[in-house]
Design a binder for this molecule. Structure first.
Ligand code: HAM
Length: 422
């Protein structure tokens, strides 16, 4: 029997890890530019954090990894927002941080979905939440941060889709209109959508089974249900995006797969022809009721999450090189009985900030030089028995082939000359 990683999960190693790190570094820098602070919440939470009353989303009802320990029910987080808002309320950030609180997170999420290209059961999200104010400028700035991340990564083939679900009054009117419409075509709907009709008819627009049916395609649009406040709010978001030169497409059937959204919703999709059916790189929106649901004050928030696997996949499709070659500064070659001198020299190099690899295998000088090539090292330090007895080393600059013998105490001076300071 061989051991395999669970379906829908993957090991990330080698060059891929370097690509991940390159994206993660860009994320940290960008969050710093926009004033977002990192928050790390638990990977599992009390199930109630995710399974909120009347939630009709597939994510909550079908895809959660839930387990019980004694009398307690826990769930591996399927997304980041709920845990962040739970923490925001529990730690009373609204009393201590200046509003809006601007928080970001990065880490694994878990959904029991059917694995396919760009869809995993353990995947990683980078997300931001801007909590505490309701202002269309905040919606636009949140979208801008995500959009700029994709631009910094170099992704060009993308489209920003945006819609509004309006305020509560507008949404209730829209839900009524949808109910009336779908009741007429109820026989055409899948069993899940029949249930959704009562609970939340917006979900029918998002159904993976029914989305192509005539009854769904002919459903009324939100535009006719929006009151003046909701329309004005949305217009201001769009104007703010224009002022930032962010191109967008109004997608008036976009409702998003989670239940907590109010007003603005958006998704950014890859338009690369090979992006496949899972083409959404990031999605998000505003939520007016989540903070109060967790028994905090009446505060609105807005945020998004990027799927990092998808971001990396779309970067690869566009042929983007993300990471620099992993160059080594120093490789220490040893010949004969040199005792622990190579180890000590390696430490001296590292203490001065030079990356260093020390040969620890008894083998020919030719074979050790092959390792120098493979590791792309800039400098080689060669130590034989004579060098041990005389407290010296041979140092060779690989590029110029210039080789000198120096006292042990002068090694760092020589490295500075060959490859500069660290
Ligand atoms: P979401 O649309 O469910 O939103 O997920 C955001 C992103 O996570 C998706 O656009 C996709 O890139 C990635 N993603 C989701 N499921 C998978 C999967 N099974 N495999 C690979 N990638 C996946 C949220 O999670 C919200 N919490 C976003 C948000 C933050 N809204 C407000 N604040």
């Amino acid at each position: 029997m061989s051991y395999q990683a669970p379906r829908g999960t993957q090991d990330i190693y080698g060059e891929d890890v370097l690509n991940w790190r390159s994206v993660e570094e860009k994320i940290y820098k960008l969050c710093n530019l926009y004033g977002y602070e990192e928050i790390r919440t638990p990977i599992f939470e009390d199930t109630k954090v995710f399974k909120r009353e009347n939630d009709s989303s597939d994510m909550v009802n079908k895809e959660m990894y839930t387990f019980t320990m004694g009398r307690d029910s826990f769930t591996l987080r399927p997304e980041g927002t709920a845990g962040v808002i739970r923490s925001f309320v529990q730690n009373k950030f609204y009393g201590s941080l200046e509003m809006p609180a601007k928080l970001f997170y990065m880490g694994p999420m878990f959904r029991h979905e059917r694995p396919q290209k760009g869809r995993f059961r353990q995947f990683h999200q980078f997300g931001i939440e801007n909590i505490g104010i309701k202002n269309p400028l905040a919606d636009a700035e949140v979208i801008a941060l995500g959009y700029n991340l994709l631009k910094q990564v170099g992704i060009k083939q993308l489209s920003v889709l945006i819609n509004t679900l309006g305020d509560e009054e507008s949404r209730n009117k829209y839900k009524d209109d949808l109910r009336k419409h779908f009741e007429k075509g109820i026989d055409e709907l899948c069993p899940d959508c029949k249930r959704r009709l009562e609970q939340n008819p917006l979900r029918i627009l998002d159904c993976k089974v029914d989305f192509d049916k005539e009854v769904v395609k002919s459903a009324p649009l939100i535009d006719d249900s929006l009151n003046k406040e909701s329309k004005d709010y949305f217009d201001k978001v769009l104007k703010a995006l224009e002022s930032l030169n962010i191109p967008y497409v109004i997608e008036n059937r976009l409702v998003r797969g989670l239940d907590y959204y109010t007003d603005t919703v958006f998704e950014v999709v890859s338009t690369h022809p090979e992006s496949g059916s899972q083409s959404t790189v990031f999605g998000g929106g505003r939520y007016d009721n989540l903070v109060s649901y967790f028994k905090g004050p009446e505060l609105s928030g807005v945020g998004f999450a990027v799927g990092l696997e998808r971001l990396l996949l779309f970067a690869q499709l566009e042929g983007i090189k993300l990471h620099k070659e992993n160059e080594l500064d120093v490789y220490v070659i040893s010949l004969g009985d040199v005792k622990d001198k190579p180890l000590k020299i390696g430490q001296i190099c590292r203490d001065a900030g030079y990356s260093c690899e020390v040969n620890m295998v008894e083998r020919s000088i030719k074979s050790q030089f092959k390792s120098v090539d493979r590791r792309n090292s800039k400098v080689v330090i060669i130590i034989g028995e004579d060098e041990v007895n005389n407290n010296v080393v041979n140092i060779k600059d690989i590029k110029t082939q210039n080789q000198v013998t120096v006292n042990d105490v002068d090694i760092i001076k020589q490295l500075e000359e060959f490859i500069g300071r660290r």
